[in-house]
Design a protein around this ligand. Structure first.
Ligand code: ZN
Length: 133
């Protein structure tokens, strides 16, 4: 039976296992994803104030102002990475809900548990991912 995302090769739905992942592995990855989502949200919340435009203050010198702007550009880049990762995590949690989790969204092959353990939000197998980059 092909899964809802149109995977031709994987047997995701209503089997005792989701692809090659056992139910307990899926549970473990779901817990990882929920923790990751929380961590990323916390990170965005704690860096929120630093993301506001640098206010020009009279009592700081030109150099420290440049420092401040430089630090902010790093912080903003990190925030973008965090936001992008969060955008992957949320649909991954949804895929667990509809039993398509663990299938590559491109070729439909199963994504290995080892890869999912490292990147629980992964939507593509290693091959497709490296081809898309
Ligand atoms: Zn693939």
């Amino acid at each position: 039976m092909a899964c809802a995302s149109g995977c031709a090769t994987c047997v995701c739905i209503n089997e005792q296992m989701i692809g090659e992942l056992s139910a307990s592995q899926v549970q473990e990855l779901e817990a990882d994803l929920l923790q990751l989502k929380k961590d990323l949200k916390d990170l965005l919340a704690t860096t929120e104030s630093g993301a506001k435009p640098v206010t020009l203050r009279d009592n700081v010198g030109r150099l420290s102002r440049m420092d401040e702007m430089h630090n902010q550009s790093i912080l903003l880049a990190n925030r973008n990475l965090t936001k992008n990762r969060l955008k992957q995590v949320i649909p991954a949690i949804a895929r667990i809900g509809n039993d398509t989790y663990g299938c590559c969204s491109v070729c439909g092959e199963l994504i290995s548990f080892a890869r999912l353990k490292a990147y629980p939000e992964a939507a593509m197998c290693l091959e497709c991912k490296s081809e898309s980059e």
